[in-house]
Design a protein around this ligand. Structure first.
Ligand code: HSE
Length: 446
């Protein structure tokens, strides 16, 4: 085990003292943070024990009109702003990795607490940021980095600090949930559902990070790190997006009583020798249509946590958008400001368990395999033998006639099997002359 937290008490500024805040970025989230800081200034002062004072806002374009924002607060020199004496807390809502990393590290090194909504930054550089925060004895908060307004980071850091988290699974990307939900409820194709998500402003002009699962993978890395007290980085997460999910897959799932969701799954894996490791993965997943996560519609997020004493918990709500993300940022800002006024630090990262990352081949799942095969005697028996030889046990097998003469569609659901075994059997199946096509292989959960 490794201990990563220092326990020295950091004295506060004293009740009634102002807390200087710098905001980096004035996009949808930054604009809402600044607006709400102003609108609820008195409330925040009462909750904190001293007023929040906005000292500056770093933007990339000083020429842009920003109604209601005092021009003298704007600067394009973020580095100088975060190092200013009168700044106590830096709110980073810029996005990206390299540039915010430099600014956030400079802020932490200068003794400023940092509140960030930046999942990609935290998932890639959490160790470095946590070390800088520890060295300067300041706070690093990132509630808004996972599922925006849904308080999952605080839940794992504080509420479940006395429990043993066993598994976290959830829908942590609103864009892909909107697309899959539209495909499920209207029969839309992937392309049409993506076009609608873009028109409504859910999907970005370049939706790659969402539809390829990268955004969800950053969030999975953060959730796994917190839940299992082990550093899990973006690159440790096995990631598959939704671009290959077809209307046909959705319909086949529906017929079998399942709904397809893009799930982030974080769990401990125990190997044959009883050794534990951590797996985090993101992939399209079939879940029973009566499972609580199947009822999560449109762009909503939900996180399902299994823990030893608490049992199963589910957290549901807005996982994206200016105001919901600002809510999480402001909650962190109030927390960091309270510590500046009264002294002390928030619970930081604690990666004492330091478990290894599981080999993906060792991870077990159930699988839904949809394929077109030759419709002739002996095919089913030969396939059953292939699965048995690969040590993958079959749970159900459904056969449907295909329109094309002499072909049958087989939908197989397996019992739990290792990823390595599944990869092997799928490879073997694809080489058989009587298997015309493997239409899809989708994991099953719940
Ligand atoms: N693009 C993300 C989503 C929100 O669609 O959920 C920010 O992480």
């Amino acid at each position: 085990m490794t201990m990563t937290q220092q326990s020295t008490f950091k004295p506060g500024k004293g009740i009634g003292q102002p807390v200087g805040v710098a905001v980096l970025g004035m996009g949808t989230v930054g604009t809402e943070v600044v607006r709400l800081m102003d609108e609820y200034a008195e409330e925040f002062a009462a909750r904190i024990g001293g007023p929040l004072e906005l000292k500056g806002i770093a933007v990339s374009d000083l020429e842009k009109q920003r109604p209601g924002v005092p021009a003298e607060l704007l600067t394009d020199d973020a580095m100088s702003l975060v190092e200013r004496e009168d700044v106590d807390i830096v709110v980073e809502v810029i996005g990206g990795i390299d540039y915010p990393r430099r600014i956030v590290l400079a802020a932490l090194n200068a003794g400023k607490s940092v509140v960030t909504a930046n999942k990609a930054l935290v998932a890639a550089h959490a160790d470095e940021l946590a070390e800088a925060a520890d060295a300067a004895q300041v706070d690093l908060y990132f509630e808004a980095a996972v599922a925006a307004a849904i308080p999952v980071v605080g839940m794992l850091r504080r509420s479940l600090a006395g429990d043993q988290v066993q598994r976290i699974s959830g829908i942590v990307n609103g864009t892909t949930n909107y697309i899959l939900d539209a495909m499920t409820s209207t029969g839309a194709t992937y392309d049409d559902a993506l076009a609608e998500a873009t028109r409504l402003g859910y999907a970005e002009a370049d939706p790659t990070a969402d539809v390829e699962g990268h955004d969800a993978a950053s969030k999975a890395a953060i959730l796994a790190s917190l839940g299992f007290h082990t550093r899990v980085k973006f690159d440790d997460v096995h990631t598959e997006g939704i671009t290959k999910v077809t209307a046909d897959d959705i319909e086949a799932a529906r017929k079998a009583g399942y709904t397809i969701k893009l799930l982030a799954i974080c769990e401990k894996v125990t190997n044959d020798k009883g050794e534990e490791s951590v797996n985090a993965r993101v992939h399209p997943t079939l879940i029973p249509s009566e499972h609580p996560l199947a009822s999560v519609k449109e762009s909503y997020n939900a996180i399902y946590v299994d823990s030893e004493a608490a049992g199963s918990l589910m957290f549901y709500g807005n996982g994206a958008g200016g105001a919901p993300t600002a809510s999480a940022v402001l909650g962190d800002l109030v927390g960091a400001a309270r510590n500046k006024v009264h002294g002390g630090r928030a619970p930081g990262d604690n990666t004492y368990a330091n478990l290894p990352i599981a080999e993906f081949g060792e991870v077990t799942s159930r699988y839904h395999i949809d394929m077109s095969v030759a419709d002739r005697a002996g095919v089913l028996a030969e396939l059953a033998t292939k699965f048995a030889d690969s040590d993958v046990s079959l749970r159900t097998l459904r056969q449907e006639e295909e329109e094309r003469h002499s072909r049958a569609r087989l939908v197989i659901v397996t019992h739990s099997a290792k990823e390595s075994k599944l990869a092997q059997i799928v490879d073997e199946l694809s080489q058989l002359d009587y298997v015309h096509e493997i239409n899809s292989v989708i994991r099953l959960d719940g």
